[in-house]
Design a protein around this ligand. Structure first.
Ligand SMILES: C[S@@+](CC[C@H](N)C(=O)[O-])C[C@H]1O[C@@H](n2cnc3c(N)ncnc32)[C@H](O)[C@@H]1O
Length: 215
């Protein structure tokens, strides 16, 4: 397993976005994204933060349903594409900005929005465990109550070595820039933040976590 480097991840996603070949062509990431989006249960008055938004497909879809959407990412190339797509759809309730799990408010002060839902699809796994824990704590500070966070991502329900033949299919690079957690680790991080946590297994190494905070 290599060391976490945000710069390397930016390089990979900045390069890959133009090629139209990331997660969208992989069936399991696609299913995961679809289920995660449904679990948000977006309502008209919701304000959604989509973190690691990529080229913004889910954020754009959400903007047709809820009050406001903010998509943040570390790949400026992805954000450019996302903004162009949003412009085409003439959406005025959607903002894309540079921001990371580590520093979500880097360019847009998230505290000024009444965020009620947070979505992270296939993005959180890029962080090593300790950073994930820290970032989940930071994100919950931006979340108003009642609030919901949905994570659809690589997470280990079983020993990954038993499924190495399917790493490509699930979008896992085996530990180069992907650092998925054991599912119990994520569950505990969120439970420790006083959330009511529900876990759904999509695949032995992929799942959805729905974390709810009551008023
Ligand atoms: C596989 S793409 C998923 C994009 C989108 N969520 C989707 O479902 O289509 C992962 C995204 O996470 C972003 N990402 C990786 N590390 C990040 C970090 N530390 N902070 C914010 N975004 C990050 C990448 O730039 C990339 O756009």
């Amino acid at each position: 397993m290599s060391k976490y480097s945000q710069e390397r991840i930016v390089e990979i996603f900045d390069k890959a976005v133009g090629k139209k070949a990331i997660a969208s062509h992989q069936s399991i990431p696609q299913i995961t994204g679809k289920v995660a989006f449904e679990r948000l249960r977006l309502e008209a008055n919701d304000v959604l933060l989509d973190i690691g938004t990529g080229t913004g497909d889910k954020a754009i879809r959400a903007a047709h349903i809820c009050y406001q959407v903010i998509g943040i990412d570390i790949s400026r190339k992805s954000l450019e594409i996302a903004s162009k797509k949003a412009l085409k759809e003439k959406l005025d309730n959607l903002f894309f900005a540079y921001g990371s799990f580590e520093e979500p408010s880097k360019e847009l002060d998230l505290a000024q929005y009444r965020i009620t839902k947070v979505l992270a699809v296939y993005s959180l796994h890029h962080l090593p465990d300790q950073l994930k824990k820290r970032t989940l704590g930071t994100l919950t500070q931006f979340l108003h109550r009642p609030g919901r966070m949905v994570i659809g991502d690589l997470m280990f329900f079983e020993d990954p070595d038993r499924h190495s033949h399917q790493f490509d299919e699930i979008g896992y690079d085996g530990g180069d820039t992907d650092f998925p957690s054991g599912v119990e680790y994520l569950r505990n991080c969120l439970s420790d933040l006083d959330a009511k946590v529900r876990v759904e297994r999509i695949y032995p190494l992929v799942g959805i976590i729905v974390a709810d905070w009551s008023p």
